[in-house]
Write a protein that binds this ligand. Structure first.
Ligand SMILES: *[C@@H]1O[C@H](CO)[C@@H](O)[C@H](O)[C@H]1NC(C)=O
Ligand SMILES: *[C@@H]1O[C@H](CO)[C@@H](O)[C@H](O)[C@H]1NC(C)=O
Ligand SMILES: *[C@@H]1O[C@H](CO)[C@@H](O)[C@H](O)[C@H]1NC(C)=O
Ligand SMILES: *[C@@H]1O[C@H](CO)[C@@H](O)[C@H](O)[C@H]1NC(C)=O
Ligand SMILES: *[C@@H]1O[C@H](CO)[C@@H](O)[C@H](O)[C@H]1NC(C)=O
Length: 472
């Protein structure tokens, strides 16, 4: 700064103008050459060029279509309230008819508007034992497009018990060019479900996204597809079949979750893949995700962390305490597990089978699409669990505090169970394009300030060539 200033002082006005003219033309030439080089040599060029052309995608560019019915909506709308931002989001909840109780509309300022589905009685439905409402729900796709919203980049569909994490949905979609044809979502956790319905189908409850130009074409063809597939079971099969006829396959994003499991989904939540959490589903079929809470209160508690750092929610970081030979797994914003022994990272990551099968009996129904590990039969031999208590940002980053979940292990006090509180320091995550495209797990350290009943942990980006293991 200073030397430049001195340089200008020493020049006569004429020479100064010359200098500016020459240096600015040099600058322009440099810029053109560098643009050309980037264009020619950057291997990411085709991928990232659309991001240079368009303004960033915001929630206003998404239109939601939520499938519900008048019996479930009065209860399930509590789930939608968790994530719906009335002034920023557009779309509709589709019901088969108007709600009979006028009081049901009292809280409609915090919810999406209600749209009444069109009559679908002219379509055939021949799947024995299925529900013909599948046709009405499938048509949420074409009826949402028919609302004719302007400036749409993505249509996103879900059920009334799909809980989206809006910022992460946006982050995930931002990887893709909305001007191209995309069908984005995920399939079931259960192998046999995918075998029956298709690995190429986005399961509806997990939520899925269709880019604007594809949705337009799909909507036009949709009724003809519905007529060709009366024999299919669900709404998502009908959408999938029509997209297949258009020649489009599923782009899988593991942040969407169908959650075809029951009971305690702790194991699935703490082993989230290294990608932003986009959706949760089937909340009515699982226990509250925090002990001693109702389902809705437990989700509200998780959203305290979501609202502070949505992109880090559930992201799993593992570090070791060399002194005690403990393995510590932080699933940010939700829970910390402390194993009283050394566990290699690849052995920490498989999903703990805390949950029950979606359908009892059939052992094939318990074959999942990811690695699992069994729970130790004795609760005192399982890792100690610390659940999120509070989370708050401060000038140095984000503090989150986790408190021990009670297990009667009075015989076992030498283990990590003597800890009461775990304090985790982190920085708000804002993944850039590179990090979304080529994700990498973060690292953590047990801080020397840990003492007695309190352990302190700091999460950070790993060093360039750092390995995650217990250093001898
Ligand atoms: C909410 O419901 C009331 C009463 O039915 C209706 O008059 C109003 O337009 C609704 N508001 C919105 C935002 O849907
Ligand atoms: C949307 O546009 C189509 C075609 O222009 C039109 O037929 C339809 O009535 C419009 N729908 C609404 C809700 O405005
Ligand atoms: C759950 O509630 C019971 C009874 O109110 C209490 O004793 C226990 O400490 C609570 N557990 C947690 C984890 O808060
Ligand atoms: C804890 O377990 C011990 C023996 O295993 C039992 O005597 C004690 O009553 C239990 N305490 C509680 C609070 O359940
Ligand atoms: C993204 O962030 C990482 C880590 O901070 C950095 O190394 C990389 O250069 C960034 N990439 C872009 C395209 O900004």
């Amino acid at each position: 700064m200073q030397s430049l200033h001195l340089f200008f002082k020493a020049q006569s006005p004429y020479r100064l103008i010359n200098f500016i003219l020459i240096s600015s033309s040099v600058c322009i030439i440099c810029l053109l050459v560098s643009l050309l080089l980037v264009h020619t040599y950057n291997p990411l060029h085709t991928y990232s060029s659309f991001q240079a052309v368009y303004a960033p995608t915001t929630l206003e560019h998404i239109v939601f279509g939520i499938a519900s019915n008048k019996d479930s909506w009065p209860k399930r709308k509590e789930y939608v309230k968790l994530w719906w931002k009335p002034r920023l989001m557009r779309g509709c909840v589709f019901l088969e008819s108007k709600l009979s109780d006028p009081d049901s509309y009292n809280d409609n300022r915090t919810l999406p508007p209600v749209c009444i589905s069109e009559d679908t009685s002219r379509f055939r439905y021949t799947y024995r034992g299925g529900l013909r409402s599948a046709i009405r729900v499938a048509r949420v796709v074409s009826e949402t497009v028919a609302l004719n919203h302007s400036d749409v980049r993505w249509y996103v569909f879900g059920d009334d018990d799909t809980v989206f994490i809006p910022e992460n949905l946006l982050k995930t979609l931002s990887k893709y060019d909305h001007g191209l044809w995309y069908y984005i979502g995920t399939n079931s956790e259960i192998h046999i479900q995918n075998k029956i319905f298709s690995f190429e189908m986005a399961f509806g409850g997990a939520g899925f996204a269709i880019s604007y130009p594809l949705a337009k074409v799909l909507a036009k063809a949709f009724d003809s597809c519905i007529e060709r597939y009366p024999h299919l079971y669900g709404s998502d099969s009908r959408v999938h079949s029509c997209l297949t006829e258009l020649g489009v396959g599923l782009t899988r994003e593991p942040g969407f979750h169908q959650f075809d499991v029951r009971g305690n989904i702790f194991g699935l939540l703490v082993s989230h893949p290294v990608t932003p959490l986009v959706s949760l589903h089937h909340i009515d079929h699982m226990e509250p995700i925090f002990p001693n809470e109702t389902s809705i209160k437990a989700l509200q508690h998780l959203f305290k962390a979501v609202n502070v750092d949505s992109q880090r929610i559930l992201q799993q970081t593992v570090c070791y305490d060399r002194w005690f030979s403990w393995t510590i797994s932080v699933s940010w914003g939700y829970a910390v597990q402390v194993f009283g022994n050394h566990v290699f990272l690849p052995d920490v990551l498989p999903v703990e089978e805390t949950f029950r099968q979606w359908k009892e009996g059939n052992s094939l129904a318990g074959v999942y699409t990811f690695n699992t590990r069994r729970l130790h039969p004795e609760p005192c031999r399982r890792p100690a669990i610390f659940y999120l208590d509070s989370v708050y940002p401060d000038s140095n980053g984000v503090n989150s505090i986790y408190k021990k979940s009670y297990v009667n292990c009075s015989q076992d006090m030498a283990s990590p169970r003597k800890l009461e509180v775990i304090r985790v320091f982190s920085h708000k995550l804002d993944l850039n394009t590179t990090q979304l495209q080529a994700p990498r797990r973060h690292c953590c350290d047990v801080l020397p300030s840990s003492a007695g009943e309190v352990m302190e942990i700091a999460i950070r980006e790993c060093e360039e060539e750092e390995l995650i293991y217990m250093h001898p």
